[in-house]
Design a protein around this ligand. Structure first.
Ligand code: 3MF
Ligand code: MG
Length: 347
């Protein structure tokens, strides 16, 4: 199939299978072996956290961080890979226990902004296109613990500090309504883009939409994507799937709801998303039950489902669709789509 799509995933998508109730069930795959896996699985882009690129960066000097980031860039070049994104991992540091940019303690907020700037420095060396902000702990476990009005102001301050640090940096906010927090401050793309518009340069702040995050907010991922696409603000996606309102599952794309997946592919095709150079990012986890030698299938399968759905979008009879819409025969439209997805005839 002639497709301009390029795919990415993060090294955390190849993982040991630990969950909150049990330890690792697979051995760790060394970084070098993970890098080799990318191309063989059909992926060109690597999603980085700052400390995926430079481990333990908190204890390192600016020079040391820059040296290690350059080494990582060389490694990527050697493998013919590119860095798609870089994201500051603010939620694993003990200082960020109750939020980073929105912490009540001004010293923690200052640390978080400084860390985000160091992430931008790494991002520049890696040559990534966007810095992603998943605002993991920017919210509350109990609402009374922070002043939400002030906290939203702190988020704008942090974005502005990042925009000022690098006049070329573009920031994509990855909304998520909950987990790890009970209530996250930026739960949807609408919130993210409203925040973007209050910064000193809204043209450099956009969004990344993860399917599961939209579903956890009770929203349709393709409509969330359309909202951002219309505004020219969808700069990356984390495709995956989610079986209802429970913990963030990061299932294989399309595994829970093929029709919802179809509509995400449809909206990306309609917007000619890939032609603009944006990556199709995945954020998928192998099931805990998966044995080591077959623990990469979730990546391969998600990509395969995506490409099969591109084919389904391109072979969908839009002429017949227009007629059914004109007749307002939506039962017919729905059945035709189901038949198309199932590969059965419409009698
Ligand atoms: C959590 C996420 C994150 C982000 C990642 C990149 C660990 O639900 O989706 O994955 O995608 O931090 O910003
Ligand atoms: Mg994600």
């Amino acid at each position: 199939m002639n497709t301009p799509y390029r795919f990415s995933f993060g090294p955390w998508n190849i993982h040991e299978g630990a969950d909150p109730f049990g330890p690792a069930v697979r051995s760790t795959i060394a970084w070098a072996n993970k890098l080799v896996a990318y191309k063989s699985l059909g992926f060109d882009g690597v999603q980085f956290h700052d400390d995926d690129a430079v481990p333990d960066l908190e204890g390192k000097s600016a020079t040391q961080i820059a040296d290690e980031a350059r080494q990582m860039k060389r490694l990527l070049d050697d493998h013919g890979l590119v860095a798609e994104i870089t994201a500051p991992r603010l939620w694993e540091d003990p200082r960020g226990i109750d939020g980073a940019f929105t912490a009540n303690d001004p010293a923690v907020r200052a640390w978080a902004i400084d860390r985000a700037k160091r992430c931008i420095d790494i991002h520049r060396i890696l040559g990534a296109k966007i810095v992603v902000l998943w605002l993991a702990r920017e919210g509350t476990y109990i609402r009374e613990s922070k002043t939400a009005i002030t906290a939203h102001g702190h988020l704008i301050d942090a974005l502005n500090a990042m925009l000022l640090h690098d006049p070329d940096v573009r920031i994509a906010i990855e909304p998520k309504p909950n987990e790890p927090m009970d209530h996250a401050y930026i739960p949807t793309i609408g919130h993210a883009l409203a925040l973007a518009h209050q910064t000193i340069d809204s043209t450099r702040v956009g969004g990344l939409i993860e399917s599961a995050h939209a579903l956890l907010a009770g929203l349709d991922p393709s409509d969330e994507m359309a909202f951002a696409l219309q505004a020219g603000k969808l700069w990356s996606v984390h495709l995956n799937d989610q079986n209802g309102l429970k913990y963030d599952q990061d299932k294989t794309f399309g595994a829970a709801n093929l029709r919802v997946a179809f509509n995400q592919v449809r909206v990306l095709e309609q917007a000619r998303y890939a032609e603009q150079g944006w990556f199709v990012g995945l954020d998928v986890k192998a099931m805990r039950t998966q044995k080591s030698p077959v623990a990469l299938k979730h990546l391969q399968n998600s990509r395969r489902v995506f490409l099969a759905l591109v084919e389904k979008v391109r072979t969908w009879d839009t002429q017949a669709e227009a007629e059914m819409i004109a007749q307002r025969d939506y039962e017919e439209l729905e059945m035709s789509l189901l038949a198309h997805l199932m590969g059965i005839g419409r009698d």
